[in-house]
Design a protein around this ligand. Structure first.
Ligand SMILES: CC(C)(COP(=O)(O)OP(=O)(O)OC[C@H]1O[C@@H](n2cnc3c(N)ncnc32)[C@H](O)[C@@H]1O)[C@@H](O)C(=O)NCCC(=O)NCCS
Ligand SMILES: Nc1ncnc2c1ncn2[C@@H]1O[C@H](COP(=O)(O)OP(=O)(O)OP(=O)(O)O)[C@@H](O)[C@H]1O
Length: 209
């Protein structure tokens, strides 16, 4: 029988610091399964996902090299709930399938699934525990504008398409506060890493009983 993997679901709103936190866990040798990375793979040039998007939105959704024009798709889906639902229905089953494959292939003591929409898409049913990276909405706006060079209005549309901070915190098993300096993350991550190692061991012990 396949050993049961202990899975941590890492989530947080846009620009909360999921990638930054995940990379700190990776420094302890923990494997990451990242939904944003997989979301890019399923729409790579020539993929079934990209073909379906072209059928739906037309050739204009592609760049000259036939890759996805992400900015164009972003403009179409983030202020139109119907189009976003269409895109989610297409991509989310593909993303979920690949994530589970990667979890099974992992060999580290536990695995971290990094999923922006962990709760919104009910992927929390796949994980053993949830970890939320938390910052205030005003910080989400300023960090996203700085990183992506997008307008305040566009970031606010994306925020509105995600769960609120309060809803997310209410569902969290653990919370990392990322409103301070980068350096303050390290000790929080170290403590959680010890906790997860213990929980993974407990799971193994129970399975073998
Ligand atoms: C619309 C797309 C092409 C825009 O691409 P872009 O490079 O501008 O953004 P990127 O993919 O880096 O996403 C940035 C952030 O936006 C948020 N976001 C992305 N997709 C969604 C969505 N469907 N609903 C709500 N928020 C989303 C997440 O916080 C994500 O981390 C892209 O976001 C996409 O393909 N989205 C659908 C796939 C998906 O749901 N991805 C989230 C992983 S579960
Ligand atoms: N403590 C911090 N102080 C200042 N800037 C930070 C801090 N943590 C992260 N950042 C910056 O904020 C931005 C968002 O961080 P990161 O990319 O890790 O977030 P994310 O949650 O993975 O984002 P997304 O949801 O868009 O994928 C990055 O430019 C990052 O360098």
């Amino acid at each position: 029988m396949m050993a049961k993997k202990y899975i941590v679901g890492l989530t947080g709103g846009i620009a909360s610091g999921k990638t930054t936190v995940a990379n700190l866990f990776a420094q302890y040798g923990i494997d990451l399964v990242d939904a944003d990375v997989i979301a890019r793979e399923v729409v790579s040039i020539g993929s079934d996902g990209l073909n379906a998007i072209k059928q739906h939105f037309g050739q204009g959704i592609l760049l000259a090299d036939n890759s996805l024009d992400r900015a164009a798709l972003r403009a179409k889906v983030f202020n139109n709930p119907e189009q976003r639902l269409w895109l989610n229905n297409l991509l989310h089953p593909m993303i979920r399938h690949r994530m589970l494959d990667q979890v099974q292939a992992s060999t580290s003591a536990y695995v971290i699934m990094v999923v922006p929409l962990l709760f919104e898409n009910h992927l929390d049913s796949l994980v053993d525990t949830t970890l939320v990276v938390d910052i205030a909405p005003e910080l989400q706006v300023s960090r996203t504008m700085q990183r992506d060079g997008v307008s305040k209005e566009q970031v606010e549309h994306i925020l509105a398409s995600q769960m609120t901070r309060e809803q997310r915190l209410a569902l969290a098993d653990n919370i990392i506060d990322n409103q301070g300096e980068h350096e303050q993350l390290r000790s929080q991550v170290f403590r959680l890493h010890q906790q997860y190692l213990q929980q993974a061991t407990d799971l193994e012990t129970n399975v073998n009983d």
